[in-house]
Design a protein around this ligand. Structure first.
Ligand code: HSE
Length: 308
């Protein structure tokens, strides 16, 4: 039997304007699980956390990710997954993605590393397909496995680009204690958008990528502006526009929904501002009668990894 304990970090998908194509990695918050393989055939998932997960393993995101990987591996094994620590589901910081990422990363190590990290992203996407209502996307699983900032240039075939992270890229994330499912947050989106809206959005996505490549965090901040998805999703976040005004007045360079929400995130050029913004976010949600968890960190270059 081979057993591996792994950590996969939380992530901020979309990064404002890059719906389904951009994502970045947070530090210090994520899922921890132990993955074991032995002779035999099958999959067992044990949940040691306080977080409620589906009893039926076919409804757990880990299952399609592991099945896709074992099908590609081509040999049978008994796979056991023990989930030890879990980001709350529906948080908007890639909770399901961190589980899929940890599962495939751990299984790969346990099998003797037959797959590249990029292939692991493809298998982990199967978990995202399960919870998003059928659309596989890699803007959480990509950065959770690879670390740093990840661009999905295309999906058919998957074309993953790792982008440099500016040194002064400081992020404040608030996870308010409300639940928004990815499926619901995708169902409110329009199927088509006007050309003039698309023009604004692709200018911003290009600006975001250029800002990262040039190490210009101010350009990144100007470009983190979402005119396509945010107008439909901000209704789920209490006082969203007011909070943007408050954090911008405090010196934040950008403020957006993290992934499908309800988490929000803000970009600052230094840690002192990012800490202050985190406090403003906590206060804001408290005033709305909603508790929140706040994370303040630089964007991390470290993705999934083996831990003791
Ligand atoms: N890009 C995805 C969305 C991230 O915004 O729906 C959440 O899985």
């Amino acid at each position: 039997m081979k057993s591996v304990r792994v950590f996969a970090p939380a992530t901020v998908a979309n990064m404002g304007c890059g719906f389904d194509v951009m994502g970045m990695t947070l530090d210090g918050v994520g899922d921890v699980m132990t993955v074991s393989v032995e002779e035999g055939d099958g999959l067992q998932i044990e949940n040691l956390t306080d977080v409620e997960l589906p009893e039926d393993i076919d409804k757990n995101v880990v299952t399609p990710a592991i099945r896709a990987m074992m099908a590609a591996f081509g040999e049978k094994r008994m796979v056991k997954v023990v989930i030890e620590k879990k980001i709350s589901p529906g948080s908007g910081i890639g909770s399901s993605a961190a589980s899929s990422a940890a599962a495939v990363y751990g299984l790969n190590v346990a099998l003797g590393s037959p797959f590249s990290d990029e292939r692991l992203v493809e298998y982990a996407m199967e978990g995202e397909k399960l919870i998003s209502g059928g659309t596989p996307h890699a803007d959480n699983v990509g950065p959770s496995i690879l670390g740093g900032v990840v661009l999905l240039r295309g999906y058919e075939p998957l074309d993953i680009v790792r982008l440099p992270v500016p040194d002064n890229f400081c992020c404040s994330v608030a996870h308010p204690a409300i639940m928004v499912s990815t499926k619901m947050a995708r169902e409110v989106l329009p199927k088509d958008i006007p050309l003039r809206t698309a023009v604004k959005q692709w200018g911003n996505v290009a600006g975001l990528v250029a800002g990262l490549a040039l190490g210009d965090v101010y350009l990144v901040g100007r470009a983190m502006c979402d005119v396509v998805v945010e107008p439909y999703r901000k209704q789920f976040i209490p006082g969203f526009d007011e909070l943007r005004e408050k954090v911008t007045a405090a010196g934040a360079l950008a403020f957006n929904i993290s992934g499908a929400g309800p988490s929000v995130f803000s970009l600052s050029a230094d840690m002192a501002t990012a800490e202050r913004v985190g406090e403003i976010m906590r206060e804001h949600f408290a005033n709305q009668g909603v508790g929140s968890d706040i994370y303040v960190s630089k964007v991390s270059n470290r993705g999934a990894r083996v831990v003791e």
